[in-house]
Write a protein that binds this ligand. Structure first.
Ligand SMILES: [Cu+2]
Length: 462
């Protein structure tokens, strides 16, 4: 890395303490490790200092640090990155240290933290430490609390972690563009007392949304509401890691929302309580049971449960459009339309015409259809009983007996004990009376849209 001594002194002068600058120069700048994978990396256990259970970042990693005297030093590099959103689709984004989101930063309450930020973007940036209590000049709001970090420059942030909790980092410079391009990361501060808020497994992910046209790579940064990819750690189902848990574990899931809308996150199989927000830990007397928690924009929620029921438990956003991958908005509703004869007629004129969804859209879940390159199916993912018909913000909490501590390997699909799976009734079923007595609706006009594969259109399921 090419950082001149002059640059270090300049960076130090900007934080307003010559003594600090000298110390920084003396030790040089810590490595900025980079990650080229979008697979979950093993948790990073502390080699010194207070013991804690490190978090696991879905499809992500934790940033290694270096101890320099009293200071824990990290090095973030803001830069263009290539992120695989799921097998079959890559996006050209901006992020930190090779990925979007950036690496998770972990430290301990009371730590003195020094974070170097190098800007390799084509425009200026800053980093705001969301939820951290710190001196105003370290808050990272470009123009307000510091000069912007120009391309090629490195700035230093220094502060003490006054409290433990669940936080994040993101730019406070050209925010609309930089967040739409994927710039964000998780920041976890563990309690100094290792017994406090202790869990066996601690998962983190950030929710972000993108508008990437089918077949293209770069998000449209001016999009305000019509995002078409709803992601956890810039991944979509079936590309999102399962949350692998051993039966009996106490589990925490920490979620941050940097999209432009709220997400009601629903987990099957358990009730749970919100135990932490980006404001701090929720006192036990103030918790109530939930099975869905709404995560507002610009907020974080952590919930906890005891994993006493083995199984494959869905966890997903309850806004059903957020469990879909890129789709257009001009897909017509065909439910109730008997289109077989119609399709035959159209096929005489347009041989590759394919009608869609007369009984719903589920029939599209198991179709293999030609799509542009670098495009994901709208809903997909197969499990042991068939297509899951989901995309976007969806994953599976896999609770299994007998997993070793910190074993996060995907255990495969759940082996249901005999007699515990919903099954088909094989006896005779009389047609329900109410259906045969229902008066027929007079036929209504039907709107039909003919789509030729390869034709330019927003939906890709033809
Ligand atoms: Cu959602």
């Amino acid at each position: 890395m090419k950082f001149s001594r002059r640059n270090f002194i300049a960076a130090g002068a900007l934080v307003g303490a010559a003594a600090v600058a000298n110390r920084v120069v003396a030790a040089g700048i810590p490595d900025a490790p980079t990650m080229d994978k979008s697979t979950m990396q093993p948790p990073l256990f502390p080699k010194s200092g207070p013991n804690y259970q490190p978090v696991v970042t879905l499809n992500g990693w934790t940033l290694p640090w270096r101890q320099n005297g009293d200071w824990k030093e990290f090095h973030l590099v803001a830069e263009p990155v290539e992120r695989e959103m799921a097998p079959g689709m890559k996006a050209h984004l901006w992020g930190y240290n090779g990925q979007s989101p950036g690496p998770t930063i972990e430290c301990v309450e009371g730590d003195k933290v020094r974070i170097f930020v190098t800007n390799k973007l084509p425009e200026h940036t800053t980093v705001h430490w969301h939820g951290i209590l710190l001196p105003s000049g370290m808050d990272g709001v470009g123009g307000l609390t510091q000069p912007h970090i120009k391309p090629g420059k490195t700035f230093v942030y220094e502060f003490e972690m006054k409290k433990s909790g669940t936080f994040m980092y993101h730019p406070h410079a050209d925010e609309m563009v930089q967040m739409a391009m994927g710039m964000m990361g998780f920041l976890v501060v563990h309690p100094r007392d290792p017994k406090l808020h202790r869990v066996d497994r601690d998962f983190v992910f950030l929710m972000s949304s993108y508008d990437i046209d089918p077949g293209s790579y770069v998000p449209k940064v001016n999009t305000m509401t019509d995002f078409n990819l709803w992601t956890w750690n810039t991944r979509v189902f079936p590309g999102i890691d399962p949350l692998v848990v051993a039966k009996g574990d106490r589990v925490r899931v920490r979620i941050g929302n940097l999209t432009m809308t709220n997400h009601p996150i629903h987990m099957h199989g358990y009730d749970f309580a919100v135990t932490c927000t980006d404001g701090g830990w929720v006192p036990e007397s103030a918790r109530w049971p939930e099975v869905t928690i709404d995560v507002p924009v610009g907020a974080m929620r952590a919930f906890e449960f005891k994993a006493d029921e083995p199984g494959d438990w869905a966890i997903h956003c309850h806004k059903s459009h957020h469990t879909m991958n890129a789709m257009g908005h001009d897909v017509k509703t065909y439910i109730g339309v008997q289109k077989r004869d119609l399709a035959r007629a159209i096929k005489r004129m347009v041989p590759d015409y394919m009608p869609m969804g007369s009984a719903g859209m589920a029939e599209m879940g198991d179709m293999e259809m030609p799509m542009p390159d670098n495009t994901l199916p709208m809903m997909t993912g197969f499990a042991q009983f068939g297509p899951v018909e989901m995309g976007g913000m969806f994953s599976v909490v896999k609770v299994r007996e007998g997993l070793a501590a910190n074993d996060y390997k995907d255990p495969g699909w759940f082996k249901h004990p005999p007699g515990t799976v919903a099954f088909e009734y094989k006896g005779a079923v009389e047609p329900p009376k109410r259906q045969t007595e229902m008066p027929r609706q007079p036929g209504k006009g039907v709107e039909v849209k003919v789509v030729k594969p390869g034709a330019k259109t927003n939906h890709k399921h033809h």
